[in-house]
Design a protein around this ligand. Structure first.
Ligand code: BGC
Length: 771
């Protein structure tokens, strides 16, 4: 009975989603190509049910490894491809990066077998997260959170292009990137995998990276490009508990307006695949959410790409979420909701479960064929039928240009949060370098670097840690760690005091202290924690150093803002380097020396108190600065540093804010310009941020929203006029009924502390996809 009810609910949701879509004429998100479609139909026509089911299953490489975990076991490969007919494999052997040659050889072996036994190419997928981060010689860029801090789309393009090129050079056509979960809660251990807390910034950077990875023709992906898997669709980043893969509760209008936005942009830019959020939204596991998977994406956007699950998440429907009774029910639920490929890492039997469900009619053949078409379409679009493997030169693999880009991105991403006259250093000072992050490449890179949990020191010792880079740039450097991370697997977030008194003694003999604190690398659930405060040992280290009276430059090397409210006043300067990767140490040394100038700005709000975790786009009714209510609300926006904060060694003055029209209506484009002048004596880059505020709306408005950003460079004394083209419809919000609303009334546009009021003369309401 229960089972029938569940299936009935799913049916109803499909019907609702269908009804919703049938009202609109949908322009396909990816234009269809008739040759691609003809090829798909030709292959599909000759497939057996088992072959079809096999295409819908993705296994971990573990299932075909031999006992050394360094090579494939031919018998296992025969079984997985020949008997189970599995269509996709993912991940790295032995949980570690391999060389380009090893990776290529392994994928070639799989492809040869797949063509021999199935005549259909396998599709291999890898978690390339910040460059080709699962190849030992790959070019790694700063993590997405850092690229968000550059507010410079060029770095998203550069990273995407290098990632695709190098991944293809290792015979892999598919990356599980970019990540576009909104990092709106620093307790969540994957905030650093995203571009920060803002939907617009996230959407812009992710879209640029998507196109950089795939190229501009999603029907024909070239041999220097790869397919993306945008992830994790959607709402994964705001679990109520703060813990990874736990339930989120998101208002329907926010879901549409903020969380869907980056995904929508990428679907419409041609993203070929998307990976689904492991957890749940408002009580519905995302893998079973027909409305979000089939309704919003496939029907409303007319998207013909492929939805892949996250790691074992169909199993989670019964083992964790208890919305299905067993695997059989879970598989039916997922596929019927819109899942096209099941990442079932260790269980090839999933294929037989799909066969059985199709035979008994629990998965309609039409749905099964639709899913298979989507998998085949991806393979055809990637050219894998013609070129399951390829002979192609990749002369730029790990080239100097990629290295320089990575360094430049690190320079533009490290954020100067505070500077009371101590920076830049003169170069003659006696410098003490201390702290658990001072001599760790692993910490500079973060997770998804050579290993899932991060392990750079082990693989690429040739790059400089902060200590090594500071030693190379300055001549009088001493080092005492004071606190170190412990080396116990899965407990490496913990640290121990190994010589705080010794560090303080060394500080007394120094002129300035560079204290590097933060976090060791982690990824996903192992990064869960119960206290966002910086660890007690690290705070003790800072306090002991402060007691010496020597100026402290506090360097934060962390994937999320750890709370430092009590020790921040003890530092003369604070730099948040976040996770700047292999050139992050060099970038920092150059910035401290003044060889380079800071220009990074925070892509998230840095909290000060554990009970006050905010995003910059809070509601006007949340804080006393904005609201004037009838009560004495004690709600003060007291954060350590706001979104968009970041200092420079020079100063910028904003003037002449102009808008080309004071009143506007839906469909208009407002031209907003501002003059920016470098008023200091050094060259510098500045991220110019355009915000809007809706002054009165039918739902409580956000205090402000980012609507545009441009990064410019100015010589001392130089001025530039920056012009934004702001479509009026961007000022709309999603109402309680799920429809977009641009409402009549006043808005304020603001850039660099200047503001101008504009007026919308009409109210317009529309459905997604908008206009
Ligand atoms: C992560 C994904 C990743 C997948 C495959 C999962 O645990 O959540 O981001 O792409 O594993 O490695």
């Amino acid at each position: 009975m229960k089972r029938l009810f569940r299936i009935a609910v799913i049916g109803l949701m499909v019907a609702l989603a269908g009804a919703c879509a049938s009202k609109q004429a949908v322009t396909p998100a990816i234009p269809q190509d008739k040759d691609v479609e003809a090829k798909v139909e030709k292959v599909l026509k000759n497939m057996t049910l088992k072959e079809k089911a096999g295409q819908l299953v993705q296994l971990s490489i573990v299932t075909v490894e031999d006992d050394t975990h360094e090579a494939l076991d031919p018998a296992k490969l025969d079984k997985i491809i020949g008997e189970y007919k599995v269509g996709s494999i993912l991940n790295v052997m032995h949980d570690a990066a391999h060389t380009r040659e090893q990776t290529a050889a392994m994928i070639r072996q799989i492809q040869d077998k797949s063509m021999e036994l199935l005549g259909i190419p396998c599709i291999y997928g890898l978690d390339m997260i910040h460059g080709a981060s699962y190849l030992i010689e790959g070019s790694l860029y700063p993590q997405e959170i850092n690229l968000g801090a550059t507010f410079n789309r060029e770095y998203a393009r550069m990273m995407g292009e290098a990632m695709a090129y190098e991944t293809r050079a290792a015979q892999c056509p598919w990356v599980f990137s970019p990540v576009m979960d909104l990092g709106r809660d620093p307790r969540w251990p994957r905030q650093w995998e995203s571009w920060g807390e803002d939907p617009y910034l996230q959407a812009e950077m992710a879209r640029v990276e998507t196109v950089a990875i795939q190229g501009d023709d999603p029907n024909h992906i070239g041999l220097e490009k790869a397919a993306v898997s945008i992830k994790h669709y959607m709402g994964y980043g705001v679990p109520l508990s703060g813990k990874d893969r736990t339930p989120a509760y998101i208002a329907e209008n926010d879901l549409r307006e903020k969380y869907f936005r980056p995904f929508k942009e990428c679907f419409q830019a041609g993203a070929l695949t998307a990976m689904v959020n492991s957890a749940s939204i408002n009580g519905i596991p995302t893998h079973a959410n027909t409305l979000l998977l089939t309704g919003w994406v496939k029907e409303q956007l007319g998207w013909d790409g492929m939805l892949v699950t996250d790691w074992a998440d169909i199993d989670n429907l019964y083992t964790r979420d208890h919305v299905a009774a067993d695997k059989r029910e879970a598989v039916a639920m997922g596929i019927n909701a819109g899942i096209d490929m099941i990442m079932d890492p260790y269980d090839p039997e999933c294929v037989n479960v799909i066969v059985d469900l199709a035979e008994k009619g629990d998965i309609p053949m039409s749905r099964l064929d639709d899913a298979v078409r989507r998998v085949l379409r991806l393979k055809v679009r990637l050219g894998l039928f013609e070129n399951p493997t390829w002979e192609y030169d990749y002369p730029d693999f790990a080239c100097e240009r990629f290295a320089k880009e990575s360094y430049a991105a690190a320079v533009e991403s490290e954020v100067l949060l505070k500077n009371e006259g101590v920076l830049p250093l003169k170069g003659t000072e006696r410098i003490l370098v201390t702290g658990p992050n001072a001599n760790s490449l692993r910490a500079l890179n973060g997770g998804w670097s050579y290993r899932w949990q991060g392990a750079a020191d082990e693989f690429v010792p040739q790059y400089n840690t902060i200590l090594e880079a500071v030693q190379k740039r300055f001549s009088r450097v001493t080092y005492v760690p004071g606190v170190e991370y412990i080396e116990i697997p899965m407990a490496w977030q913990y640290d121990k005091a190994t010589g705080i008194a010794k560090a303080a003694a060394a500080a007394r003999a120094a002129d300035v202290v560079v204290c590097c604190v933060g976090e060791n690398s982690y990824c996903e659930t192992p990064g869960n924690m119960d206290d966002l405060n910086l660890s007690a040992n690290q705070k003790d280290l800072v306090k002991a150093l402060a007691a010496t009276g020597k100026p402290i430059i506090l360097v934060l090397n962390e994937g999320r803002p750890r709370i430092i409210g009590d020790i921040e006043p003890m530092a003369k300067a604070v730099v948040d380097v976040m996770l700047p990767s292999n050139y992050g140490g060099d970038a920092l040394a150059a910035l401290l020396a003044g060889d380079e100038n800071f220009s990074g700005k925070l892509p998230f709000t840095y909290p000060k108190h554990i009970n006050s975790l905010h995003t910059y786009d809070y509601k006007v009714s949340e804080h006393r600065e904005v609201m004037a209510g009838s009560y004495n609300y004690d709600a003060v926006m007291d954060v350590q540093w706001p979104f968009g904060h970041g200092l420079s060694y020079t100063s910028f003055a904003y003037s002449d804010l102009n808008v080309d029209r004071i009143s506007f209506k839906a469909g208009d484009v407002l031209k907003v310009s501002v003059k920016v002048t470098n008023t200091g004596d050094r060259a510098g880059k500045e991220a110019v941020l355009l915000y809007s505020s809706d002054l009165v709306a039918s739902l409580i408005p956000d205090v402000k929203r980012l609507r545009g950003f441009e990064k410019i460079e100015l010589q001392p004394g130089e001025s530039k006029v920056v012009t934004f083209e702001l479509p009026a419809n961007e000022l709309a919000f999603v109402g309680a009924d799920g429809r977009w609303r641009l409402e009549k009334g006043d808005f304020r546009l603001a850039i660099g502390g200047l503001g101008v009021q504009v007026n919308c003369t009409e109210t317009k309401v529309w459905n997604e996809p908008n206009i």
